[in-house]
Ligand binder design. Structure first.
Ligand code: AKG
Length: 207
């Protein structure tokens, strides 16, 4: 893992070759063949819009974001094994898996942060990429002079771990890339501290 330290106490760990190419090929084929891919609506500025990608998920606890509730679903053996391996690599016991299928370069995810309270104040979130290489763009939430963006290319078999204040201080997204014609799957691992609506209790530092 290569660590990139960002402003405001955020960091990104990246391993471009976390999976060997043949294992990444097999996993991509297995995940593409899932029968639970769905295009789901979220609420943006009070309006329901379909997300421009397909999704699947698994985990013992519901996860809610942008008005969409992903109900609990059991982890199948493939996702359970992958969760164990990614948890060991990131040093966090993940229990929720979200899969995004970008069918081609038109599919995308806009700038956002995974900052739901039930993820805890500074969550570590891991993201495995399979298939077409796509650009990952991060920008600070707080505007500053240079309007600097951080860019990474998420390649087949790579693992990205986001941590520190990344979700609190930065937005991230995967923009459309018209030239891309092949699919990409992203498998994102989270640790949920409670059900939707859960809030961290007061601590000594934040009474
Ligand atoms: O596809 C990716 O690499 C990013 C996915 C993402 O940002 C998310 O699921 O919150």
């Amino acid at each position: 893992m290569q660590r990139q330290v960002l402003k405001f106490g955020a960091w990104l760990d990246f391993d471009a070759e976390w999976l060997a190419p043949d294992e990444a090929d097999r996993l991509l084929a297995t995940l593409l063949a899932r029968d639970d891919w769905a295009q789901l609506p979220i609420v943006v500025f009070g309006k329901e819009v379909l997300q421009q990608r397909l999704m699947a998920w698994a985990g013992p606890q519901a996860y809610r974001y942008s008005g969409l509730t992903l109900q609990p679903r059991p982890l199948d053996p493939v996702l359970a094994e992958l969760t164990d391996r990614v948890s060991a690599a990131a040093g966090v016991e993940f229990d929720h898996v979200m899969l995004n299928l970008y069918r081609d370069g038109d599919d995308r995810i806009g700038p956002h942060a995974d900052d739901e309270p039930e993820l805890g104040p500074d969550p570590v979130i891991a993201s495995l990429s399979l298939g077409a290489a796509r650009r990952f763009v991060a920008q600070p939430k707080r505007r500053y002079k240079s309007k600097r963006r951080e860019r990474l290319v998420l390649t087949h078999g790579s693992l990205l771990v986001m941590g520190g204040s990344f979700q609190r201080a930065w937005y991230h997204g995967v923009p459309a890339q018209a030239a891309v014609t092949e699919p990409r799957i992203n498998v994102t691992f989270r640790k949920l501290l409670g059900p939707p609506g859960w809030r961290p209790g007061p601590t000594a530092e934040h009474p």
